[in-house]
Design a protein around this ligand. Structure first.
Ligand SMILES: Nc1ncnc2c1ncn2[C@@H]1O[C@H](COP(=O)(O)OP(=O)(O)OP(=O)(O)O)[C@@H](O)[C@H]1O
Ligand SMILES: [Mg+2]
Length: 256
């Protein structure tokens, strides 16, 4: 399970995000930045599946050597929002008592701009291959969900991935589909997906996926129709990724 920390102060909303993520201070003394985390609310419109996707993809990406800020769960007492003037934020805080997702805040990070930064063909290949694996539809040049921090490119925001998690009976068929990379923020950098696949695909094993899915908090898995236990659902998250890893590089479309 992810490390658990406790929110001690709600700092401010991050206005850029569609789900209205917020910045919080926590009791975590191990971060660079005084325990500051970006909080993704369990009560946000997109629901807890978005948070599960963040955990599965974020923890997998980091284990494959991609740069990905640390994830934790953040215990939230809605009383922290009492002084918050924005009624929308008040509602989110009230609806998110308990376990939320925290991502370590990369202080001073810049949004990735394909015109201002370059990425090697090798790194672009690894990121595009990873996005194809998890079917990430949210890394376009319009909204790259990549940050430039301390001279390197970091991945964030994996809420819009693994579309198959929204309809488990069709998951296998859905995961067999191709990935359209024509709008991908890194498409202009000649991504070497063949090299990425050769290196990364063999590392996506049943054991690795078991380790990754074990990080998901039970409370976001419990009660899913058709699954007897959180562990059953963990295996359902792992299966399409395991199958897809072997061949997805042959189904990436739209790269020149
Ligand atoms: N770990 C972080 N460190 C620094 N800034 C961050 C971090 N996470 C998010 N941000 C900033 O907050 C913005 C919104 O975050 P994110 O993309 O995760 O939210 P979202 O609500 O899922 O967004 P979207 O509108 O893309 O669906 C990012 O574009 C980025 O500018
Ligand atoms: Mg985003």
């Amino acid at each position: 399970m992810l490390k658990e920390v406790i929110a001690t102060r709600y700092i401010a909303p991050l206005r850029e995000g569609g789900s209205l993520p917020g910045l919080v201070e926590t009791d975590d003394l191990e971060t660079d930045d005084l325990g500051t985390y970006v909080l993704k609310f369990t009560g946000a419109g997109q629901g807890r599946k978005t948070l599960v996707a963040e955990v599965v993809c974020g923890e997998l990406a980091r284990r494959l050597g991609l740069r990905m800020p640390r994830l934790v769960t953040v215990g939230l007492d809605p009383v922290l929002g009492l002084g918050e003037p924005d009624p929308q934020v008040q509602e989110l805080l009230k609806g998110s008592a308990g376990t939320n997702l925290g991502m370590e805040f990369l202080s001073g990070a810049l949004g990735f701009d394909p015109l201002a930064f370059t990425v090697s063909a090798e790194e672009a290949g690894r990121i595009v291959w990873f996005d194809a694996l998890v079917n990430n539809v949210d890394r376009s040049w319009r909204n790259p969900n990549l940050l430039h921090w301390r001279g390197a490119t970091w991945l964030i925001d994996h809420g819009a991935t693994m579309i198959w998690q929204h309809h488990w009976p069709g998951a296998e068929a859905s995961a067999a589909r191709s990935y359209d990379a024509s709008d991908h923020a890194l498409a202009p950098f000649a991504p070497d997906v063949a090299a990425a696949a050769a290196d990364l695909a063999p590392r996506v094993t049943e054991d690795l996926l078991a380790e990754v899915t074990a990080e998901i908090p039970d409370v976001w898995l419990a009660g899913e129709p058709g699954f007897a236990s959180p562990d059953d659902l963990r295996r359902a998250y792992a299966r399409p990724l395991l199958t897809r890893a072997a061949t997805v590089h042959t189904r990436i479309e739209g790269l020149k």
